[in-house]
Design a protein around this ligand. Sequence first.
Ligand SMILES: Cc1cc2nc3c(=O)[nH]c(=O)nc-3n(C[C@H](O)[C@H](O)[C@H](O)COP(=O)(O)OP(=O)(O)OC[C@H]3O[C@@H](n4cnc5c(N)ncnc54)[C@H](O)[C@@H]3O)c2cc1C
Length: 303
Amino acid sequence: MNFQELKNQIQSKIFGEVALNYPLSQHTSFKIGGDADLYVCPNNLMELITTVELCKQADAPYFLLGAGSNLLISDKGIRSVVIKLGDGFDYAHAKGDYILAGAGVSLAKLSAEAKNAELTGLEFASGIPGSLGGAIYMNAGAYGGEMKDVITEVSYIDDDGTVKTVAGCDCDFGYRESIFNKGNKIIISAKLTLNKGNKEEILATMRDLNARRKEKQPLEYPSAGSTFRRPEGYFAGALIESSGLKGTRIGGAEVSEKHAGFIINADNATAKDVCDLIAHVQKVVKEKHGVDLEPEVKIIGEE
Ligand SMILES: Cc1cc2nc3c(=O)[nH]c(=O)nc-3n(C[C@H](O)[C@H](O)[C@H](O)COP(=O)(O)OP(=O)(O)OC[C@H]3O[C@@H](n4cnc5c(N)ncnc54)[C@H](O)[C@@H]3O)c2cc1C
């Protein structure tokens, strides 16, 4: 793949940033990850469509990077085009009981918009450090709420490059999954339907949930949140803690002392450190409890 040529082609058609050998660690909450061969940040839908078309013509694989809060990118990086949605996707407009928002908006900003419009139902998401696109892809959830409860429509670029819209009820939302996990769809915007509420109460709930996060989660360290999916009938953190793994370190990666469900980047961890620690935790938990832990964190890039 001649990424230099593709870079020139994309650069001649869009105003957004286009860069070769772009370091991704700055775009992940783990602060880990090698370079992307080519990084493109389209500013708006037309630029995104153009980027996808040019990638397809060049037969170049592309990967959509959200806020990078559920990713472990390998130390060698990603051998493809990494697309990050630019400013034109960072919006949220409330009208009546719904909000139209771009896929690049942060859940914090989106929840604030809901609160300001006196709309309740999105408080659960205000402390999740992802983008709307990543949250829909993952069907992110917390404190009893999930994206599936509020998403009523999603617009996306399908694998064939065309823009489509799907109703929320047809997104096949499940535990940390959706139809967007299959193929290479790019979520561009969504409609969220909420309920009229009281601004003070919404704010109080958001503050309470965020205080609970701060108290329980190691937010002072880089991480990608819960490392493992919740195994049926168990909690990953409790299994890891009762296996005596809290504080276990490999290189700079550590099972958090504060919350065993989180692997943190305690001291310049590499992706390999984190992967080795994940494998160690899986092995010990299997031996002690007979339970298989599956990573929730998406591990991507060249091995
Ligand atoms: C401290 C901390 C706490 C967390 N707490 C929670 C929590 O309570 N609940 C929870 O569910 N998660 C939690 N997470 C994990 C993470 O924030 C969520 O999974 C979030 O939804 C990921 O969104 P993102 O934009 O960061 O996606 P990324 O991590 O960038 O990407 C995740 C996946 O989504 C895809 N994707 C992203 N944007 C798009 C798009 N526009 N179109 C198509 N695909 C896209 C990516 O290709 C990738 O496969 C936490 C993480 C951290 C660091």
